[in-house]
Design a protein around this ligand. Structure first.
Ligand SMILES: *Cc1c(COP(=O)(O)O)cnc(C)c1O
Length: 452
């Protein structure tokens, strides 16, 4: 076999163009073979097909058709977020323009751990992160792999400011990555504040802050993963200010509302936070990964400073080469900022805001349809784009079984969420191309799959 072509350089364009045709054809073939939001038959059927396509993982002689074969089997076995009935998780259908930009990022492979590996990418990242942070009312932002890493960094920066005795206080509605980050960082056991009705209760927060000695980081949520609810940020911020507590807001989901004139007021109080988690692979239509951690005080980032002579020697930095190592805990790092910048510039605030408005309107539409069906119960009117509902008079076991039946048949991907002590079916609407008729079809499927 001759030496395989590279993705950039003199042969790059020609080689990639040919391979892209293969990839696109395989994606289309896999999509046709699946014929729905996810593959029918459950894990066993999918695993068998993958096993057949893969064969020997590391054969002695290579297979020139591996790209076509494996992309096709991946597509056939995908839960495709671009299908209107794939609506369970904060798993968005990425924009074509963002994925195209990601191709360029992969081909050029800039690595954001030193300027000499990423001259333009590092300049782009510095500008875009500052602009996005200001958009959220803060000063600067780091690019992360998503909400989980952003939340970890928020705890780390708080600990470096306030010391190892820092205690995390979070609502019972907070994302699991927050207590996990406290565990990872060896912080004291977090205090969990009750969240009746899925929201952090400011009076209960006040009571907790009154009894706690020592430094505290309060984590509030703007867009809970289960119900898309937004904690009362102004009241939470006021309690933090009164008690001298630091505030982190996990806006991995709700942060996208900032793009919308109609919905951004729901995030009032966000700019009172010391740190904010944003995640553009949720309400930002990016392929994973596209996380950010925004900070109010850029001096907080000094805690991440790190010296490695081969990446940021003092004399290089002194001579004007940007020092990138302190912009992440990672070393080699993808230019995820490229697809973000391309999306922001291509759609503009108006275009992104329209997408946000569209999926929020779809959630209103679905909630209206649920409320109009006597066979279904609606949990609550949507705040962002999540709708919880359940078959009326069904047991929790029956609700769980409906979800699994639809998964096994490959007919719909619905999530599940516990709220008010009951199990609900969860839809997270992130596909702006979904039509009201798709939602009606989804509800027909649910009613038709409910054991009576
Ligand atoms: C999704 C989510 C996270 C985790 O984000 P990842 O990108 O999956 O790491 C954190 N917090 C909230 C509120 C989320 O919805």
């Amino acid at each position: 076999m001759s030496t395989p072509p590279l993705a950039s350089g003199p042969e790059g364009t020609r080689a990639l163009r040919a391979l892209l045709g293969v990839v696109l054809d395989a994606l289309a073939a896999g999509d046709r073979a699946r014929g729905g939001p996810l593959p029918a038959g459950g894990p066993g059927a999918v695993d068998a097909r993958v096993g057949d396509a893969l064969g020997d993982v590391l054969p002695e002689d290579g297979d020139p058709d591996a790209l076509a074969t494996l992309v096709r089997v991946l597509a056939e076995g995908a839960a495709d977020p671009a299908d209107a009935l794939c609506a369970a998780h904060l798993h968005c259908p990425p924009l074509a323009v963002a994925v195209a930009a990601d191709l360029a990022a992969g081909a050029l492979n800039p690595s954001l751990d030193s300027w000499d590996q990423a001259p333009a990418a590092s300049a782009l990242e510095a500008r875009v992160t500052r602009a996005l942070a200001r958009h959220a009312g803060l000063a600067d932002a780091l690019v992360t792999t998503g909400g989980t890493e952003s939340n970890q960094l928020a705890l780390l920066l708080a600990r470096e400011r306030h010391g190892p005795g820092l205690r995390l206080v979070h609502g019972a509605n907070a994302h699991h990555s927050l207590p996990r980050a406290a565990w990872l960082l060896g912080l004291p056991e977090p205090v969990v504040v009750p969240a009746p009705a899925g929201l952090l209760d400011p009076a209960a927060l006040d009571a907790a802050l009154t009894t706690l000695p020592g430094p505290v980081l309060v984590a509030a949520t703007a867009g809970t993963t289960d119900a898309g609810l937004i904690d009362p940020l102004p009241a939470v911020a006021a309690r933090c200010a009164a008690h001298g507590a630091r505030l982190h807001v996990d806006a991995a989901y709700g942060g996208g509302l900032l793009f919308s004139e109609r919905h951004r007021a729901k995030l009032a109080g966000l700019d009172a936070a010391d740190t904010v988690t944003l995640d553009l692979h949720k309400l930002g239509w990016q392929p994973v990964a596209a996380g950010l951690l925004a900070v109010r005080d850029p001096d907080d980032l000094a805690a991440l400073h790190q010296r490695a002579d081969y990446l940021n020697a003092d004399d290089d930095t002194g001579a004007g080469l940007p020092d990138l190592l302190g912009r992440s805990l990672r070393t080699s790092r993808r230019p995820d900022v490229l697809k973000i910048a391309v999306t922001l510039r291509t759609l503009g605030r108006g275009g992104l805001g329209a997408l946000v408005d569209r999926v929020c309107a779809l959630a209103e539409e679905l909630a209206g349809q649920v409320a109009a069906r006597p066979g279904l119960d609606l949990c609550a009117p949507p705040v962002i784009s999540t709708v919880l509902f359940r078959p009326a008079r069904a047991t929790d076991d029956a609700v769980a079984a409906v979800r699994r039946t639809l998964l096994a048949d490959g007919r719909a991907v619905l999530g599940r969420a516990r709220h008010d002590g009951r199990l609900w079916l969860k839809t997270t609407l992130l596909n702006p191309h979904t039509r009201p008729a798709d939602l009606a079809g989804l509800l027909d499927l649910v009613e038709g799959s409910t054991p009576r």
